[in-house]
Design a protein around this ligand. Structure first.
Ligand SMILES: [Zn+2]
Length: 72
């Protein structure tokens, strides 16, 4: 499921939106808070490994928390 992070360009509210169709534009995503169509898609940041001190937040297969969820 393609989940994208959006930030409202009007009120700054950050939310996740399930984008089913790739034809949906950012301007089609309405802010759930103020309903403005000024959402900006945030590029998902890749998981950053810092070497030996890297401690995965969730290493269990059945855990519901994705490790690469980004900004948390
Ligand atoms: Zn908003």
């Amino acid at each position: 499921m393609p989940m994208f992070d959006y930030i409202c360009g009007k009120c700054g509210h950050r939310f996740e939106e399930l984008v089913i169709s790739s034809s949906i534009r950012d301007s089609d995503i309405a802010c759930p808070k103020c309903e403005a169509n000024k959402s900006q898609k945030q590029l998902s940041a890749p998981a950053v490994s810092v070497g030996a001190s890297f401690d995965p937040a969730c290493a269990k297969p059945g855990c519901a928390t994705p490790v690469n969820s980004g900004f948390g």
